[in-house]
Design a protein around this ligand. Sequence first.
Ligand SMILES: *Cc1c(COP(=O)(O)O)cnc(C)c1O
Length: 362
Amino acid sequence: MIYFCALMKVYNFSAGPSILPKVVFEQAAQAIVDFKGKGLSILEISHRSEDFEGILQDARKRVKQLMQLGNEYEVLFLQGGATSQFMMAPYNLLPQSGTVGIVDTGTWSTKAIKEAALFGQVQVLASSEEQGYNHIPKKWEALEDLTYLHITSNNTIYGSQYHHIPEVSIPLVADMSSDIFSRPWDYSAYDLIYAGAQKNLGPAGATIVVVKKSLLGKTGRNIPTMLDYQKHIKKQSSLNTPPVFAVYVCWLTLQWIEEQGGLATLGKRNAAKATLLYDEIDRNACFKAHVELEDRSVMNATFTMLNSEKEQAFLELCAQHRINGIKGHRSVGGFRASMYNAMDLEGVEVLVEVMREFERMG
Ligand SMILES: *Cc1c(COP(=O)(O)O)cnc(C)c1O
């Protein structure tokens, strides 16, 4: 057994890598020292061992179950982060003569645009760039002759999120890195979903890809083995050594999600946290939300200070209260509070109390 000293609780609002359930950290730590009482560490067992293969296959199954998807979909645990998927998705889906429609909602969308342009045509259907990415564009150019549509479901940096699934008749691809499993959602409306694990699911090092098989093999292009979804599917996500430890921790988190009551419970919890924080941002005379009301992210709340000279003082007050990771991304400035699944209501209550104290200090 590993014993943890009762360190003072830190409230971690980091955007990613980010908070995970404490019990997952404890189970993961235990497995590093002794995996299942076998006298071996999870870090030294074979990825072809029965134990690990069981975990990998069960993790894939759990992802599919949480998403309520059928056998037309496959789940992969890959490496290279969501950033590699900006390239891998068009490599596998977009013929050279094809056009992908992308909605530009911030930094991660612009990266997806840049990479897709290496493989085919890109049509930027709408962009909120001119408004500092403070909303999700609702009016798009017509979706004519597009091979597929790509969206970023939650914009980790700017703090906006889709609260409705775009209704389209072409395949829908989404980067869900920062809101996967944050709410009950119709995942079957998508044809390809990808997410780096380190925002809401596990440590950096694993990337989840969920793909509808019928979409693949249509580009007429030769794809290098490691970038070919079909080859990964054929080898059940073990084409080469998978990121064993990262998959293991994701697997622990997937179980934790189920133990919490699944996506319904997490969705309610996340909504309550977000409501509490945004209500305070709107009420408090010192702060201002970056994103328009209807598009605010339940996962990453971005806000600035009316008097930016006081930003440092607020960060110091946060540090005194053991609030970590609240400094905003340089593209928005101000502050960002990431409230992923593992962040409990208490953490947000502490933050809100500190915001009130700051206002009283004047
Ligand atoms: C963090 C993030 C990425 C980049 O993920 P990596 O795993 O670092 O490549 C891409 N998209 C979104 C929405 C993100 O939040």
